[in-house]
Design a protein around this ligand. Structure first.
Ligand SMILES: [Zn+2]
Length: 194
């Protein structure tokens, strides 16, 4: 069992979400933190799913997106904040001893390791881009649906939000989908912490 699996078994998305400020109702619904959610659209328990923007995942992925961290950094954060004491970042052998995990695994070469990390980063970028793209689609819809009919009419907040954020979100999605590795890493390190 790797650290991610172990973590997912021990903490539910709902636990971490509540710890980091999400209010969840008794029936497990919450206002999605990944889009401007006016009414609870997110169902959250062991995993989470937002019916409005399509964001979904588990405890680790929730924290990664919420704080703009890599999956690994997110796992480390949960490990510390929940005092799980999963030995993360220690040499594989030592980790197995500590967690009593005896199964022999093939030792990875450096190249295999790099390919593995690359795949993780690509996967993360793809997930994040997906969330942004769904958000964009909503903004496109809002722009049409809430378009004021008269010049003097007060703007609907969703219309205003669409006008304000559409280009920014589309720029961020572009970086995730088409950016260089450095740009994607930069994005994961800074965007969520503002
Ligand atoms: Zn959402």
């Amino acid at each position: 069992m790797n650290i991610f699996q172990e973590m997912k078994e021990r903490v539910a998305a709902r636990q971490v979400a509540e710890r980091y400020g999400l209010k969840v109702s008794r029936n497990g619904m919450a206002r999605c933190p990944f889009h401007n959610d006016k009414h609870p659209s997110m169902k959250i328990d062991r995993n989470y799913y937002c019916f409005a923007c399509g964001a979904k995942g588990d405890a680790v992925n929730y924290v990664a997106i919420l704080f703009g961290l890599s999956q690994f950094e997110a796992a480390k954060k949960i490990n510390e904040d929940f005092s799980l004491e999963i030995p993360i970042g220690q040499p594989e052998e030592k980790r197995k001893q500590i967690s009593g995990f005896k199964k022999k695994e093939k030792v990875q070469t450096k190249e295999e390791r790099i390919r593995f990390v690359r795949k993780k980063i690509d996967g993360w970028a793809r997930d994040a881009a997906n969330v942004l793209l769904r958000y964009l689609r909503w903004m496109e819809f809002w722009k049409e649906f809430y378009k004021p009919e008269f010049a003097e009419e007060e703007w609907h907040p969703l219309f205003a939000e669409a006008l304000q954020n559409e280009s920014k979100v589309s720029y961020l999605a572009d970086i995730l989908m088409f950016g260089t590795d450095e740009e994607v890493l930069d994005f994961s390190g800074t965007e969520g912490r503002r």
